[in-house]
Design a protein around this ligand. Structure first.
Ligand SMILES: *Cc1c(COP(=O)(O)O)cnc(C)c1O
Length: 366
């Protein structure tokens, strides 16, 4: 069967999906049980798709502990569209406060800045975006409409290992690259959003979770284009227009895997810690041959970033790894180096294989 040719995929996104999910989707691709047709062919307003969406939402609420008074939306446009939708709908006179932790949070901030007042209350720029602040290293202005954080900076490989403090201001979190990788306290967040293609599914759907108390603060603007107004998506229950049915279906299968096979977020977190520990240990024991980018306390469990002694070796590393059956290890073009994305669906064996390869590569090239 063709899946025996599958390699270990360390790509940052679109990223590896659990094999059982792909196999189930393959089995039911042509005819969804009870549907008489493929999920891709069925009306988003029909009974079958309605059931798929409701089940995905119910699972997500259970797994993540989303309180009943939060709205769960399945939208399009990627996390990048949320960068502008958030200020369009919620940026008031007081402006908004942002942490500048790396590439993605900078982009989110830039969109707010284009639309109104936005402030960076902490920046990791000086340290090359290798670290994150403690709660007492930034202040949030009490008059701010919201406080925006990025739980994991995918490109630099730095991650919060706690729910950051927002000092009473509604906190919005871009959780695109560590969504459902560990337990979080949802009640601390006014809003959380994530593009699915890193940790929960294929590209094409963005999960947006909004506390109703925050949603009620939405700034009404009748000139706002319909698709950029959260009211239409909340009132339409993600069905204002044709929703990405197939992507939501796959997200539903990933959630089923996470709940039934992994056993929830505590177990997922333990698996993720075990994988990341193995890989960081390999960096730390390489006597400087592999130099990790992130400060130890901010090390991401999802995206592990490091450099080799020179760019030539980095190129060679990625090339030889690919020949050995490990793809997607080249760092983001903006920062270079090597990046191994070890999301939920990356098996421990993938990291073991990478670490073994790293040792041999070092022996040959140090
Ligand atoms: C990938 C990523 C984005 C952008 O997501 P798109 O779905 O491509 O718009 C935003 N934020 C973070 C943290 C990401 O990792």
């Amino acid at each position: 069967m063709s899946f025996t040719e599958r390699v270990f995929n360390f790509s940052a996104g679109p990223a590896v999906l659990p094999l059982p999910v792909l196999l189930e989707a393959q089995r039911d691709l042509v005819c969804y049980p009870g549907g008489g047709a493929s999920v891709m062919e069925l009306s988003h307003r029909g009974k079958v798709i309605d059931g798929i969406i409701k089940e995905a939402e119910a699972r997500l609420r259970r797994i993540l502990g989303v309180p009943d008074d939060y709205h769960v939306l399945f939208l399009q446009g990627g996390a990048t569209t949320q960068f502008c939708m958030i200020p369009m709908n919620f940026l008031g006179e007081g402006g908004a406060d942002y942490l500048e932790q790396g590439t993605w949070s900078k982009k989110a901030f830039g969109e707010a800045k284009r639309l109104g007042r936005a402030e960076v209350v902490w920046s990791g720029k000086e340290g090359g975006y290798s670290t994150l602040p403690e709660d007492n290293e930034y202040k949030v202005r009490p008059e701010a409409s919201y406080f925006h954080v990025t739980s994991n900076e995918t490109i630099h490989g730095v991650e919060f290992h706690r729910d950051p403090e927002s000092y009473g201001v509604p906190m919005i979190c871009d959780s695109s690259s560590d969504f459902l990788s560990r337990p979080v306290d949802m009640t601390k967040y006014a809003m959380m959003y994530a593009g699915a293609q890193k940790n929960v599914g294929p590209a094409g759907v963005t999960i947006v979770i909004i506390a109703d108390s925050f949603y009620q603060k939405l700034i009404v603007d009748e000139k706002r284009p319909i698709m950029f107004d959260y009211r239409n998506h909340v009132e339409g229950k993600s069905l204002y227009n044709t929703c990405p049915v197939f992507a939501i279906y796959i997200v539903g299968l990933v959630l089923k895997w996470l709940e039934e096979e992994v056993g929830g977020l505590e177990n997922m977190y333990a698996r993720n810690q075990k994988k990341a520990t193995l890989l960081y240990k390999a960096l730390d024991e390489s006597e400087g041959f592999y130099k990790g980018h992130a400060a130890v306390k901010a090390r991401s469990l999802m995206n592990v970033t490091w450099r080799l002694p020179n760019e030539e070796l980095e190129k060679q590393f990625a090339k030889e790894a690919e020949e050995a059956g490990m793809i997607g290890l080249k760092g983001h073009r903006s920062v270079g180096g090597i990046r191994a994305s070890i999301y939920n669906a990356m098996p421990y064996e993938g990291v073991e294989k990478l670490v073994e390869f790293m040792k041999k590569f070092q022996e040959r090239n140090a």
